[in-house]
Design a protein around this ligand. Sequence first.
Ligand code: ATP
Length: 195
Amino acid sequence: MRTAVFGGSFDPPHNGHLALCLSARELAGVDRLIVSVSKNPFKEPADASAQERAAMTHLLVAQINAAGKFAEMSDWELQQPGPSYTIDLLRHVATLHPGDELVLLVGEDSYRQMPQWRESREIAKLCDIAVFGRSCGALAAASCGEKLPPAMLFDFDMPVSATEVRRLAAAGQPISHLVPQSIAAYIESHGLYRV
Ligand code: ATP
């Protein structure tokens, strides 16, 4: 069994996350996907709470599973007493699913930051890393970076970010082209991101 881990602050989850997860099933041969909501230490007052981010990630997972169930949400990181790190999450998943091959899904921006992550060399030993382009271009060149761990690189071009969704919502502009309908409805009904 090939189990993928996809972590993020999901503030909010958007169509880029959705497309990445669905693509990973085909491109990276994923049988099971764990979508993990991380803590957000840099939370701004207008950002969603951990509980709201978890609720929206639940909606994202339902959307992913609409095309065939293979994803589940994890709030394990939110429950940890201190800061949580990807290496800890991967070790936790390895204990939950012993014998599974692990794959870590990341966007290009996260991949470029990996050398600064805690125990990044151990991460590369514990799992395959699947990197999805993020409209920054030159994804292939990233693999040449000496400090970056070896990874599978997938061309991907979904120019959407949670930052942009928050900006539009704060300005009272439409977001329905950027997030699944259920998440747009949640943002609207909870009055999220309005400053
Ligand atoms: P923000 O704009 O607040 O920084 P974000 O859109 O990057 O948020 P996160 O929840 O921080 O969303 O991202 C979780 C993971 O998804 C990260 O690995 C990130 O690189 C990846 N990701 C997010 N959006 C995209 C996208 N459009 N294309 C490819 N990867 C993405």
